[in-house]
Write a protein that binds this ligand. Structure first.
Ligand code: PMT
Length: 399
């Protein structure tokens, strides 16, 4: 069992049905010896009572910015200074919007503005509210300021809807906080965007063309960066993998969707890594209805997709440090070096994918090339390899 002795955590609770789960989270934190002070918004107090939270946390619950008693003892500035971490769980769409614009008109938002401690949000809201462009923009803005997200999860919601927006489970939030306190956090403040997995190019409503990428390599890189405290955005094609709750995951399907999301993300990140196996071509005219079997032969007309990594690497403003991959079955080094130059990359990671040895597998080996150097990273499981790769990327980036 992890020991969080001497760790001081302000737990902010905003109005949402998931507030009942926060009671279990506080119990887990207390069991790990963390000190917890709860800040309850008026809306949250409709869902969970101060009395319960006081009993579970072992401390008086703070509810008001202008409470003379509270200001005498542990006022908002003291609470902001006391915290090693501020966690808001559940974080409603409302508090996310208010933190984005820097409001300080209640106790919780004031603490967030006044603290220098890392802030974690565990969003929880209706799936439509979560998907709204304005909510996504707010979350991206908060991420770019170093605020870290835990979740949300997808699934059935209290309102009956199904989709992304469920608060992460207390055990997942607990794990993310433990992770924060235990792992070397030397990449705090570094923002990284990574593409992973395949893309799918629709032929008709039921068929598509794609490739064998599982996403394992890209997800391993995302985890390795997050483990060292970087703020990670993972742009994932259709894969069967889960990412840690503190990774901001954006799911896409086609190359064009990935291109749009990647270009939006690239300018907000210090480092961009293109590990996805992006389809080079898409169907020229996607059929509206399922294509019926008739002739003995059939021809599909393909048109070229945008080259995501090349477009990122050719940005003239806010260009991130850009790293591509080269998946080759022959002349690996030559083709990789050609892509390094042609796509204007800062580094390329070449892998020999002949004989089905990398796509979908758990192991890989990489040969890294940059303008004036190269380095081979020997065969290893993709997680170990990703950790070595992150160290190499950071060495080049810092140069
Ligand atoms: O997902 P796994 O099963 O773990 O497998 C890992 C992997 C083999 C997919 C990965 O290690 C890898 O090599 N990814 C890049 C695959 C690829 O598409 O390589 P490429 O040589 O065709 O493309 C070169 C670079 O251009 C890549 O960074 C690619 O992301 C990028 N690209 C390609 C086409 C396109 N339209 N846009 C791009 O950005």
């Amino acid at each position: 069992m992890i020991n969080l002795e001497n760790k001081r955590i302000v737990v902010g609770i905003t109005g949402g049905i998931a507030a009942y789960k926060t009671i279990e989270l506080i119990r887990l934190l207390r069991k790990a010896n963390a000190q917890v002070r709860v800040v309850l918004t008026p809306a949250a107090a409709e869902f969970v009572t101060p009395l319960t939270l006081q009993a579970i946390s072992g401390n008086a619950v703070a509810q008001s910015l202008l409470d003379p008693q509270a200001e005498l003892a542990m006022g908002h500035i003291e609470l902001a200074k006391w915290a090693d971490v501020v966690l808001i769980a559940p974080a409603s769409a409302d508090v996310i919007a208010r933190l984005t614009v820097g409001m300080a008109n209640d106790l919780l938002s004031t603490i967030c503005l006044a603290t220098s401690a890392p802030i974690f949000l565990a969003p929880a809201m209706n799936q439509q509210m979560y998907r709204q462009a304005i909510t996504q923009q707010n979350l991206t803005a908060l991420l770019s300021r170093g605020i870290q997200l835990i979740g949300p999860n997808s699934g059935e919601q209290a309102c009956g809807d199904v989709g992304a927006g469920r608060m992460s489970e207390p055990s997942e939030i607990f794990t993310a906080l433990c992770h924060h306190f235990t792992v070397q956090q030397d990449l705090l403040g570094i923002h990284v965007a990574i593409t992973a997995g395949p893309t799918r190019e629709a032929i008709d409503p039921v068929r598509y063309i794609s490739n064998h990428s599982s996403g394992k390599m890209g997800f391993a890189i995302a985890e390795a960066f997050a483990k060292r405290g970087a703020t990670v955005t993972l742009i994932a094609g259709p894969v069967n993998l889960t990412a840690s709750p503190n990774i901001h995951r954006i799911d896409v399907t086609s190359a064009q969707e990935m291109w749009q999301t990647a270009l939006e993300s690239a300018v907000k990140n210090h480092i961009f890594i293109g590990c996805a196996a992006v389809a080079d071509y898409r169907i020229a005219d996607i059929a509206d209805q399922k294509i019926k079997k008739s002739a003995e032969e059939m021809t599909l007309k393909l048109v070229k997709n945008p080259d995501i990594i090349a477009d990122v690497a050719h940005l003239t403003e806010k260009r991130p440090f850009t790293i591509g991959f080269a998946a080759e079955t022959q002349n690996v080094a030559d083709y990789a070096k050609d892509k390094l130059t042609r796509k204007n990359l800062d580094m390329i990671c070449a892998n020999d994918v002949s004989g089905g040895q990398v796509f979908g597998q758990d192991h890989n080996a990489l040969h890294l090339f940059w303008k004036n150097g190269e380095k081979a990273l020997p065969q290893a499981d993709k997680n170990t390899l990703a950790e070595a790769l992150v160290s190499e990327i950071m060495a080049r980036y810092r140069q």
